[in-house]
Design a protein around this ligand. Sequence first.
Ligand SMILES: Nc1ncnc2c1ncn2[C@@H]1O[C@H](COP(=O)(O)OP(=O)(O)OP(=O)(O)O)[C@@H](O)[C@H]1O
Ligand SMILES: [Mg+2]
Length: 253
Amino acid sequence: MSQKLLEIKDLEIYFPENDFKALKSISFDINEGEILALVGESGSGKSLTAGAIIGLNPLNSVIQGQISYKGQELYPDYPEKLRGKHIAMIPQDTLSALNPVFRVGEQVYEALDIWRKDLSKEEKKAIVLKTFADVGIADPETCYQAYPHEISGGMRQRAMIAMAVINEPDIIIADEATTALDVTVQALILKLLKDLNKTILFITHDLGVVAEIADRVLVMRHGTILEEADVYSIFEKPEHDYTKELLASIPRI
Ligand SMILES: Nc1ncnc2c1ncn2[C@@H]1O[C@H](COP(=O)(O)OP(=O)(O)OP(=O)(O)O)[C@@H](O)[C@H]1O
Ligand SMILES: [Mg+2]
């Protein structure tokens, strides 16, 4: 039996200023070792859901409901020490996620350094270089020394994946992490994510990518979960018309 790592129950996010409920009482679990895809059109609430799990909610929002991680309630007082260590995030926009004035390697080093004061500088740098190699960066030392703009988008995404996995988190949240990449690079990064054998919440609006990577799928629309099924069922016998429409919109090549 697979263990539940995260349990989300009756999660609501409300914006009082415009009296708008962006998440309307959603509930789902994330099981250990699975890649769970969250799909849905723009504005359906995918990023808000991810933000709630990682404890970064818009300041103008009111959050209600329960999120528990390994049985521990995360709200109302989100334990900051989970973020980056137990729950990590791979961003979509790597150029704005990385600081342009610091070397890529130094930024990944910093992410490790926060949690590993017990290790020497040399040991930490060696871990960064090994992690770079693990995520398919061909020349780790050159990547370490480079500034973000000096490497390709695909390499930056690999570096961000290295940053996310370096503290050996239990869960990785990837919010449109491959959307900005061209299709060939995207395919390589998807394979890399799959081969990590980690628990991943994979957010995308692209059902083609879902077919590629996910074990299970949640279809979101207007702040609710419309449909929840394993990846085969979603493609073989989608229940909702909306899911059928999404499937019909996948470009065939
Ligand atoms: N800070 C905010 N203030 C007001 N409304 C917000 C705020 N953040 C998000 N929303 C609204 O909440 C809804 C869900 O937003 P969310 O960012 O989760 O969508 P999404 O599914 O991630 O979309 P996309 O695919 O475009 O990234 C949207 O209608 C959005 O306009
Ligand atoms: Mg989003």
